[in-house]
Design a protein around this ligand. Structure first.
Ligand code: 5RP
Length: 220
């Protein structure tokens, strides 16, 4: 089984978490693209989606799924948020933002009642940090934030040529061995000029659907 088949497998498995007649929170990335394709097959059974990126919104609309403004959606109206991850640990903390959509992903996840993480087995790790941690930064704060990230033990690298959907830049932080994800998430968010960082630990996934050659494994 190749990686795309594993991604498709978890995308299909995520559909059973989508209740009838609901608004679905939709993440971003290649795994989520498979999920959007699956969602299109049951589009008559849902009210629509709230989306975490322009790219996902475009794909949803192309497939005939209504994309709603998050501000028009009530707090109990999004039972599930389905998204991928760049790394996920055994406590279901995640690194996200490889696709630069981390801030909107965190916002939609905050509104949803359940976070369903869909990932292939290569993303499942004991200690996070091999994947460089993305940090979304207000452009004029780039150098300041980079210096503060060095003080926290990381090596930030400007993701050149990338502007987020919010008009900001991304610093990818290399060299971290993330032993305390909740604490590090908070510390980085406190740096002035940081919009948010790609650690999803304070709000971790509720369910992980992991695609393996032996089938989909479910962790909670
Ligand atoms: C985008 C993300 C994605 O969920 C993450 O990068 C995983 O992507 P993929 O499914 O393509 O491996 O956080 O900002």
């Amino acid at each position: 089984m190749d990686q795309n088949q594993l991604k498709q497998q978890v995308a299909q498995a995520a559909i059973k978490f989508v209740p009838e007649d609901c608004i679905v929170g939709v993440g971003t990335g290649s795994t989520v693209n498979f999920f959007i394709d699956e969602l299109a097959k049951i589009k008559g059974r849902i009210k629509g989606a709230v989306s975490s990126s322009e790219a996902s919104s475009q794909r949803l609309k192309q497939l005939g799924i209504a994309v709603l403004d998050l501000n028009s959606v009530g707090p109990d109206e999004v039972p599930v948020y389905v998204d991928g991850a760049d790394e996920v640990n055994h406590q279901l903390h995640m690194i996200k933002g490889g696709g630069a959509a981390l801030t909107r992903e965190k916002i939609v996840a905050a509104v949803a009642q359940q976070f369903i993480c869909i990932a292939d087995a290569s993303k499942y790790v004991t200690i996070m940090g091999n994947f460089p941690l993305p940090v979304e930064v207000i452009p004029m704060a780039r150098s300041h934030v980079a210096r503060e990230l060095v003080k926290l033990g990381g090596q930030p690298e400007w993701r050149m040529g990338v502007t987020t959907d919010n008009g900001n830049i991304i610093l990818d932080v290399h060299g971290l061995q993330i032993a305390e994800p909740v604490k590090l998430e908070q510390q980085i968010n406190q740096i002035v000029g940081v919009v948010t960082n790609g650690l999803f630990a304070a709000r971790r996934a509720d369910v992980l659907l992991l695609g393996t050659p032996d089938g989909v494994k479910e962790y909670r």
